[in-house]
Ligand binder design. Structure first.
Ligand code: 1GP
Length: 243
């Protein structure tokens, strides 16, 4: 079964741990992610200054059985030993490089890998501060109080043939994507919805899933408070795991 089929066909809510190569901790992955019941590892970053992306992937493949999905901040972040790549088009922005330019650069080498390519409409939503994702993308986010813009953008993404919508306020955002906006977007698309950025508590995670997220992505809390991260995973498993 492909990872995309796993996301679409298995109706349980899923949780992805986002690994920033700059803050990578093997202990966190082995002790926490594997045991707690995380579904996927995402790896990538808007900017990588100290960590080594490829070494990090090598280590992850050694220590973890979890599916490893590239969430690239730029066209350098491709590694054939991962399992899949979110082929992100930043559809909330009007920066041609992030809409199609970097894809053209990466496409020939991606074609030579056996990575599962998952075309993804990536939407940055205002989360109360300028995150690295926002700054590096050189785009404006969708205002948090404009669900109609988010809905129209997501519908257009689906009409263009994208297979996933990923709404993100960016790593370390002050606020997560508003639940009302998630509800409206979910009501208007039939492809799976990923939500990330600023999710800090079990309550946030459950509310976001109830609003319609199929997969939630968490990075900062796992680095700063592994215990809280563990509680978030447990609360989702308790509420959503069906036999
Ligand atoms: C960012 O969705 C991710 O792309 C994770 O965000 O680090 O705020 O959890 P946080």
């Amino acid at each position: 079964m492909s990872l995309y089929q796993n996301i679409t066909e298995d109706k349980n809510k899923k949780l992805a741990l986002l690994i920033d190569p700059d803050k990578f901790s093997a202990a966190l992955v082995t002790k926490l992610a594997e045991k707690a019941g995380v579904d996927y590892l995402f790896i990538g970053g808007s900017i990588i200054s100290e960590g080594n992306f490829h070494d990090c992937i090598k280590t992850l493949k050694k220590i973890s059985m979890l599916p490893l999905i590239l969430f690239p901040g730029n066209s350098d972040q491709v590694d054939a030993s991962a399992d899949a790549i979110l082929f992100l088009s930043l559809i909330s922005g009007r920066n041609a490089d992030n809409l199609i330019g970097r894809h053209v650069i990466a496409a020939p080498s991606l074609k030579r890998t056996s990575l599962e390519i998952i075309p993804t409409g990536y939407m940055l939503i205002d989360g109360g501060r300028i995150t690295s994702a926002l700054y590096m993308s050189n785009t404006l986010p969708i205002p948090a109080d404009k669900p109609d813009i988010a809905v129209s953008t997501a519908i257009a993404g689906e009409m263009l043939g994208l297979k996933l919508i990923y709404m993100d306020t960016g790593s370390g955002a002050l606020n997560h994507v508003p639940c009302e906006m998630i509800k409206e977007v979910k009501r208007n698309i039939s492809i799976p919805l990923i939500v990330g950025g600023g999710i800090r508590t079990p309550g946030d995670a459950v509310n976001i899933c109830e609003a319609g997220a199929d997969v939630i992505v968490i990075g900062t809390v796992a680095e700063k408070s592994p215990e809280t991260f563990f509680q978030i995973v447990q609360s989702l498993k308790l509420k959503y795991t069906k036999n």
